[in-house]
Design a protein around this ligand. Structure first.
Ligand SMILES: Nc1ncnc2c1ncn2[C@@H]1O[C@H](COP(=O)(O)OP(=O)(O)O)[C@@H](O)[C@H]1O
Ligand SMILES: [Mg+2]
Length: 279
């Protein structure tokens, strides 16, 4: 049988990721296909579902050109407009304009200067994933400015945020939605705190555990999803705690890990949602 669903990965990954290993046994209609393999005929698939395309952050223009082409040949999931909007964290400004509490963020493009580098700040690229290019500075505006300059030298728009230190104790909460409905949640331990940035990288591995979101977290993530196009096949809302309640750190609609291993029922649930995309 020829596969009807492309689960989209990259040639840079030798092995399926954890989600794909859990998902594929439930989805015999699907096979792994690399977005950056030029030999693929995308029109042979009814649906192409973006999953582990993690290297897109280094080649955003190529990736969006590919997504635009492929969305004319098959059904791209999530849809092209959603991907175009979501691959640059400047979407946080749009969420804020919709009344959603987000981590206070200054976007600083190459050629612009930053005026808020004192205290504990995070400097990171506005197009990024997997914490690449993200760094934390405590009362070191010079080092923060140097990191900002290095992002700018790479041609990247930078983001400056206060470090929301409650993450050190409480972690970050990721709420996963499948087909527009809440599925499950996971907690991710802090990544940038001093111990880790000083490490050799051994601690950069994400520590993920299952969690039940608080009522406030669930309510906020529901509000975020309610502002999106209806019924997106997958969405992940990442929240950080503050004294005033949770705020949005990230909204992942492009290629989020879905942490399917955190809920026994999630792999079959995801497979059902993905199969439902077939005509
Ligand atoms: N403002 C912040 N306060 C606290 N921790 C942060 C902040 N920004 C980023 N982090 C930490 O850095 C990690 C990566 O940042 P994030 O914005 O999620 O980008 P990415 O797209 O690389 O996942 C987060 O998971 C979190 O642990
Ligand atoms: Mg993140």
């Amino acid at each position: 049988m020829t596969a009807r669903i492309a689960i989209v990965t990259t040639v840079d990954l030798a092995e399926p990721d954890a989600d794909e290993l859990l998902l594929l046994p439930h989805l015999p209609e699907a096979e792994l296909v690399a977005w950056d393999n030029p030999d693929v005929d995308w029109s042979t698939y009814e649906v192409a579902i973006l999953r582990s395309t993690w290297n897109y952050t280094e080649r955003l223009d190529d990736f969006l050109a590919w997504a635009s082409k492929v969305s004319g040949l098959t059904r791209l999931v999530n849809p092209l407009e959603t991907i175009v909007w979501n691959t640059d964290k400047r979407y946080l400004d749009d969420l804020a304009a919709r009344g959603i509490p987000v981590v206070p963020t200054a976007f600083v493009a190459p050629g612009e200067t930053a005026d808020a580098l004192a205290g504990s700040v995070v400097v990171k690229p506005s197009v990024g994933a997997g914490s690449a290019g993200a760094a934390l500075f405590h009362d070191d505006p010079e080092a923060a400015a140097a990191h900002l300059a290095s992002l700018h030298a790479d041609g990247r728009v930078a983001m400056i945020q206060p470090y929301l230190a409650q993450v050190d104790e409480a972690g970050e909460t990721a709420l996963i939605y499948l087909g527009g409905r809440f599925s499950h949640a996971a907690r991710k331990a802090a990544i940038l705190s001093a111990d880790m940035t000083n490490s050799t990288g051994l601690y950069a591995d994400e520590k993920i555990t299952r969690c039940e979101p608080t009522e406030a977290e669930r309510a906020l993530a529901d509000r975020v999803v309610a502002t999106l196009p209806e019924g997106l096949a997958y969405a992940r809302v990442d929240l950080l705690p503050t004294d005033d309640g949770p705020v949005v750190l990230e909204l992942e609609l492009t290629e989020p890990s879905l942490f399917l291993g955190m809920d026994d029922a999630a792999p079959a649930r995801a497979a059902r949602e993905f199969r439902a995309l077939l005509g």
